[in-house]
Design a protein around this ligand. Structure first.
Ligand SMILES: *Cc1c(COP(=O)(O)O)cnc(C)c1O
Length: 399
């Protein structure tokens, strides 16, 4: 991450195509657009790369999550199981539908703990939403068997792990539905954008209509299209899609750079006996977007994180104290601070997260440091960086 580091001629040419025709919208204006359909081409490229039948590109990753849920019939009062360690988009996308986010613990994969998931299932549960945080994945096989047993949907949030695989399948394609973000800091970017992938034709049709006001997209006259159900506007613009189209073609190049840089960093840290690396489930291959490891305790993690910052090593995160990615700082969710009234089901059903026990998550996240893997680093630079990080960590154990 992030793809913007390597913007070049390919991105410029794609955007120029769109500006030259002047058609910034993904639908209609057939005669003016010089044959350019950037959003549609991006969908085709994405579906091919992810080995699925369908892809729908939309305005953001958050929108993609909401659309994925609604396309499978999730609505008010339905419960969606999600992890305590994720981005705020997880609960936002659920609550946008009046559905209820049920937070559960993570384990040493830094993603959903299957045992905790099973315990949280009620008669109202509809979906299990693992979030493949920081370039690696949840134990999808176990989660899938839980979903099958309880007749639940498996929706993968692969926004931070595009290009990773599980049992040879691209992340996002293993569950019933998968989502990606192409926001500005993701491995491939559109500036702003996101996508839903699925092999389910019905879900795809629903996603296609819902993201464009419920338009059925039949024929070539937008005004004559019917709307079989209510929708919303979550369209991506052709300008954003054009950037993404250039970037998806570079995904494998980006992944190999990430892997190279990750491997250099990891090799330098591997001989520090006190460090334990984040667990990657068997059968999984990371996207190498981050390198995450556990320190022996919270105090050491805090010291190492501070010393990394003071030592000029940027891009290392201590999520435990982070405003955006861990439940402890989601004060707006815990206290349901909204501008207007929320759907009644949320008031009735949302657990009291101020009183919840997530000590199992704290046990892991309190000791975790994640280092972002950048694409723009040269090899020499990564080696220097690796040595510096190793030195700072070792020093913490000498004291
Ligand atoms: C970035 C991200 C999102 C949301 O994507 P946007 O495109 O920024 O809306 C959702 N989930 C995770 C895990 C993310 O990292």
């Amino acid at each position: 991450m992030p793809g913007f580091e390597l913007f070049g001629d390919a991105e410029k040419q794609q955007v120029k195509d769109v500006l030259d025709s002047g058609v910034l919208m993904r639908y209609g204006f057939d005669g003016m657009r010089n044959g350019h359909w950037k959003a549609a081409e991006l969908e085709k490229a994405l579906a091919e790369r992810m080995k699925v039948n369908h892809a729908q590109v939309v305005s953001s990753g958050t929108a993609a999550l909401t659309i994925a849920l609604v396309s499978a019939g999730v609505g008010a009062g339905d419960e969606v199981i999600m992890p305590t360690f994720t981005f705020v988009a997880s609960f936002e996308s659920i609550m946008a539908l009046g559905a209820v986010p049920i937070l559960v613990d993570i384990d040493d994969t830094l993603t959903l703990c299957p045992e905790a998931v099973e315990k949280a299932i009620t008669g109202r549960t509809k979906v299990v939403m693992p979030v493949h945080m920081c370039g690696s994945m949840a134990d999808l096989k176990t989660l899938k068997s839980i979903c099958d047993k309880h007749d639940l949907l498996l929706l993968e949030d692969a926004c931070q792990a595009i290009g990773g695989t599980y049992e040879g399948k691209p992340l996002g394609s293993y569950g019933d539905l998968g989502c990606f973000s192409f926001d500005y800091v993701k491995t491939i970017t559109c500036g702003e954008g996101g996508a839903i992938i699925t092999n389910n034709q019905e879900y795809h049709k629903n996603a296609d209509h819902y993201s464009d006001h419920g338009h059925d997209h039949v024929g070539s006259d937008r005004g004559a299209e019917t709307h079989p159900f209510l929708g919303y506007n979550y369209r991506i613009s052709e300008l954003n899609a054009a950037v993404g189209l250039a970037q998806i073609k570079r995904l494998d190049e980006f992944l190999s750079i990430q892997k190279r840089n990750y491997t250099i960093l990891r090799s330098a840290l591997e001989n520090i006996p006190e460090l334990v690396f984040r667990k990657v489930p068997q059968g999984g291959e990371e996207s190498y977007a981050f390198l995450s490891f556990f320190l022996p305790n919270e105090d050491t993690a805090k010291i190492v994180h501070k010393n990394l910052g003071d030592g000029g090593v940027d891009g290392c995160f201590y999520w435990y104290d982070n405003n955006w990615h861990y439940y402890r700082k989601w004060e707006h969710l815990i206290n349901l601070k909204s501008l207007g009234k929320l759907p009644q089901a949320i008031y009735n059903q949302l657990p009291d997260y101020g009183a919840s026990d997530f000590s199992r998550s704290d046990h892991w996240v309190g000791r975790t440091i994640s280092c972002l893997i950048k694409l723009g680093w040269g090899e020499e630079e990564v080696h220097e960086r690796a040595e510096k990080i190793a030195e700072i960590i070792k020093k913490a154990f000498d004291q």
